[in-house]
Write a protein that binds this ligand. Structure first.
Ligand code: NAD
Length: 280
């Protein structure tokens, strides 16, 4: 279903009709794409983003205007939307925001832990501050998202949590060690919670895209030069299918599947949208 031509009937028959979805990092990039896709398929959206610069990361993160644009686009397909400006590192603020959104939208069924940052450094250029920033957002932030969402999923009688990792969560990609550590770490959260919550009908999966055409990727200045200067490791960044980058919409297709009842028996899965990169 294209998001540009969605009718109320389409949404009522959609693959996540009547559900409520939390998406972190929803102001732009993949998070916005997931919000629009789930909204077009019938979900109401709780959209969270930091909407402020992140120290120690060498590119700009999203703004309040970006989050407002996501909200406007979600409403344009006929969905309800609640936005909150929250740093996922702030467990208390995130828990409060999720409780507010669930109260306004009538519960919670889906949580997409998508907020993340990336930074390119050789191992001896990684400062303690950068390490804490990347682990704090990409790993602790995912944990905070899970713990904020789970009480509401329990009230709903079950649900789906989708933790956004990366090819870097399955392979040891160089010049990205804090990122690789964080994206591997969230697989541990996924596997543990998938076991712990299965009896409560809560499914937990991780999603592993290869390079996606978003502002993050465009902000990863220096990676190409590092790879070109290190031919011994360059193959670790190659896809198998003849495509350099995938689009956010390609990842949203997988998010929608994992969020929907079509995936009702899918849990504990590390699902790739990586053009074969992790199979190399
Ligand atoms: N772009 C890629 O090549 C790629 C590949 C694989 C996985 N990923 C992952 O996909 C996810 C989405 O990334 P993207 O490509 O859309 O990048 P992006 O930078 O366009 O979007 C990330 C969003 O997260 C928000 N954010 C950052 N820190 C936050 C915080 N502390 N609290 C709340 N929100 C915060 C940003 O403001 C931004 O809106 C990330 O987890 C990223 O690691 C990206």
């Amino acid at each position: 279903m294209s998001t540009s031509t969605v009718s109320a009937t389409d949404r009522a028959r959609g693959r996540v009709a009547g559900k409520v979805a939390l998406i972190t990092g929803a102001a732009r990039g993949q998070g916005r794409s997931h919000a629009l896709r789930l909204a077009a398929e019938g979900a109401d959206i709780l959209a969270v983003d930091i909407c402020a610069p992140v120290d120690h990361v060498g590119y700009a993160t999203a703004t309040e205007d970006d989050l407002a644009t996501t909200a406007r686009l979600v409403e344009a397909v006929g969905a309800r939307v609640v936005t909150h400006t929250v740093d996922v590192r702030d467990a208390h603020a995130l828990t409060t925001a999720v409780a507010d959104g669930a109260a306004v939208l009538g519960g919670l069924d889906i949580a997409v832990a998508n907020a993340g940052v990336c930074s390119i450094q050789r191992w001896d250029e990684v400062t303690p501050e950068l390490w804490d920033t990347v682990i704090g957002i990409n790993l602790t932030g995912v944990w905070n998202t899970c713990t904020a969402a789970i009480p509401h999923l329990l009230v709903s009688g079950g649900g789906s949590m989708i933790l956004i990792s990366s090819t870097a969560g399955l392979k040891g990609q160089p010049f990205l060690t804090p990122y690789v550590a964080s994206k591997h770490g969230l697989v541990g959260i996924m596997r543990s919670l998938a076991n712990e919550l299965a009896s409560k009908h809560i499914r937990v999966n991780s999603l592993h895209p290869t390079g996606v055409d978003t502002p993050m990727l465009n902000g990863m200045v220096g990676l190409t030069e590092r790879i070109e200067a290190s031919p011994d490791v360059s193959s670790l960044f190659l896809n198998s299918l003849p495509v350099e980058l995938v689009q956010a919409a390609d990842v949203s297709n997988a998010v929608l599947f994992l969020a929907s009842d079509e995936a009702k028996y899918v849990t504990g899965l590390t699902m790739t949208v990586d053009a074969g990169a992790s199979a190399r």
